[in-house]
Design a protein around this ligand. Structure first.
Ligand code: PLP
Ligand code: ZN
Length: 420
C-alpha cells in the first residue's frame, strides 16, 4: 500500500505528466493525467485516486474568500461558483461548559449556498466537466449531494440526473433538486444500491459521476480544514486539538486529512498541530466505527442500515480506504451514537440558536459520549462539524419537540395557552 502517512503526500511529479496536476492511485501508486479521459478508480487495481500537485501551498498563498481563497491548493484558478465556503465558526457557551472542554466551536457547513458542505465539492467537481466535455452529470444521494449537484450542474448549463432511495430522503432536499431542475429518480433500494447503479452508468460513459469517489470533489471539501485552521487561529488563538464529524461515505474524513497532509508537506503545518480526526456514525449505520474498533484493514459492507440521520444512512462507505488512515494517522477515533442522542444534540444546538439537520448533530452527540468516556480531555479545543442546515428536514425538526397547539382564535384562549 502507498504511503498514506502525513509525510507521504510529498511526491515527485511523474515524467509522463505535462501540467502540474495529476491523479495517483492510493493503493498501487499508478499515476494518470487528470483530464485526458474520464477515470474514477485505478485501472490497474481498482484503488481510489487522489489529486496530486507539483506545488503544495502554504498559508501565504491563500487570499480572497470562500473555497476559491484556496485556489493555490486546487486544480483550477476558479470553478463553477455560487460563493460557497467561508462558513461561520460558532461559539456554543452552554454546550461547551456542560460538556466540559476548554473550547468548543461549531463549524456550520449548513451555511453554504444549498445548505450543506457538498457545495464545496461541487464547485470543483462540476468545473472538471469543462475539461472533459461531458454534458450529463449524475449522483446517488441521501439528499444533500443531489440538491448541490442540481444547483451547480444547472448553473453550468448541464443535465443533472439524481438517484435517491425512495422514501428515505428529507423532503427539503428533494424539493431543492426538483426546483434546480434535476431529473429525480427514486429507487426502491437503499443509498448503497443507488450508488452501485449510478457507478455502472458512469463506467459505461453514460454520465459523469459526482459522488465522493470522484477525487476532485474531495479537493473542494478539504478547504473546510483550511478554514477551520485559519479561523481558529484568529478567533480562538490556536489550532483545534480535534475535529469531530458525522461520517457517511467518509469523503470529508478523507478530504480533511488530505488537506492537512498537504500543509504538513509544504512546511506550513507541524505534524503535532494536525487535529485528531474523530468520526461519528449512527448505531444503525456504523461500518467505519466497526473497522476502527476491530483494527481491521478494510470496512465490511452493512447490507441493511437504519437511522433517523438520513444523510449518514450508508452501509458501504466508498472512501473508507482513505478515511481509516485519516482517523488512525491523526490519533483520532470513531464511535457510534444512538438516534436519541443525535436528536437530543440537535435540540441542544437549536437552543444555542444553531439549526442543523439530524446527521450534523451526530458530531456533538459524539463529543458528549467521548468526553464522558474520558477519550476527549477537558483541556481540549474541539471543533464539531455541522454538515447541513435544519431547514431541509422539517419532519425530523418538528418531531423533535412538542407539536404546535391548536386553539380557538381569541385573546383569552391564547393567554390561557401561554400560561399552560
Ligand atoms: C453528505 C453528508 C454527510 C456525510 O458526509 P461524508 O463525507 O459522506 O462522510 C454528513 N452530513 C450531511 C448533512 C451530509 O449531507
Ligand atoms: Zn492502483
Amino acid at each position: 500500500m502507498a504511503d498514506l502517512t502525513i509525510e507521504g503526500i510529498g511526491q515527485i511529479k511523474p515524467s509522463s505528466i505535462k501540467g502540474d496536476v495529476w491523479l495517483t492511485c492510493i493503493e498501487c501508486g499508478k499515476t494518470y493525467p487528470p483530464f485526458d479521459f474520464v477515470i474514477y478508480r485505478c485501472q490497474k487495481c481498482g484503488g481510489l485516486l487522489e489529486v496530486r500537485y507539483e506545488n503544495l501551498p502554504t498559508f501565504e498563498d491563500f487570499s480572497g474568500s470562500g473555497v476559491w481563497r484556496y485556489k493555490a491548493s486546487l486544480p483550477f484558478e476558479m470553478g463553477v461558483s455560487i460563493k460557497e465556503g467561508n462558513t461561520p465558526l460558532y461559539t456554543v457557551p452552554r454546550i461547551e461548559s456542560d460538556v466540559g472542554v476548554e473550547a468548543l466551536r461549531i463549524k456550520h457547513e449548513g451555511m453554504n449556498p444549498t445548505g450543506s458542505f457538498k457545495d464545496r465539492g461541487m464547485t470543483v467537481g462540476v468545473r472538471v466537466v469543462q475539461e472533459l466535455g461531458v454534458k450529463r452529470l449524475a449522483c446517488a444521494s441521501t439528499g444533500n449531494t443531489s440538491a448541490s449537484l442540481a444547483a451547480y450542474g444547472s448553473r453550468a448549463g448541464l443535465e443533472v440526473i439524481v438517484l435517491l432511495p425512495a422514501g428515505k430522503v428529507a423532503m427539503g432536499k428533494v424539493a431543492q433538486a426538483s426546483l434546480h431542475g434535476a431529473k429525480i429518480l427514486q429507487l426502491d433500494g437503499n443509498f448503497d444500491e443507488c450508488l452501485d447503479i449510478v457507478t455502472k452508468l458512469a463506467d459505461e460513459g453514460e454520465v459523469y459521476l459526482l459522488n465522493s469517489v470522484n477525487p476532485f470533489r474531495l479537493e473542494g471539501q478539504k478547504t473546510i480544514g483550511f478554514e477551520i485552521l485559519e479561523q481558529s487561529l484568529e478567533e480562538v488563538g490556536r489550532y483545534p486539538d480535534r475535529i469531530i464529524l458525522p461520517v457517511g461515505n467518509a469523503g470529508n474524513t478523507a478530504a480533511l486529512y488530505k488537506g492537512f497532509r498537504e500543509l504538513v508537506a509544504s512546511g506550513a503545518l507541524k505534524v503535532k498541530d494536525v487535529p485528531k480526526i474523530t468520526a461519528i456514525q449512527a448505531e444503525g449505520a456504523a461500518p467505519i466505527v466497526e473497522a476502527i474498533k476491530s483494527s481491521a484493514s478494510h470496512v465490511q459492507r452493512w447490507p441493511s442500515v437504519e437511522t433517523k440521520a438520513t444523510a449518514i444512512r450508508i452501509g458501504n462507505p466508498v472512501n473508507a480506504p482513505k478515511a481509516l488512515p485519516a482517523i488512525r494517522g491523526t490519533g483520532g477515533t470513531a464511535v457510534t451514537v444512538s438516534d436519541e442522542e443525535i436528536l437530543a444534540a440537535q435540540c441542544e444546538l437549536a437552543e444555542e440558536g444553531i439549526g442543523v439537520e439530524p446527521a450534523s448533530a451526530a458530531s456533538v452527540a459524539g463529543l458528549r459520549k467521548l468526553r464522558s468516556e474520558g477519550v476527549v480531555g477537558k483541556e481540549e479545543y474541539v471543533v464539531c462539524l455541522a454538515t447541513g442546515i435544519l431547514l431541509k428536514d422539517p419532519d425530523a425538526a418538528s418531531f423533535a419537540r412538542e407539536a404546535p397547539k391548536e386553539i380557538p382564535a381569541s385573546v383569552e384562549d391564547v393567554m390561557q395557552a401561554i400560561l399552560n
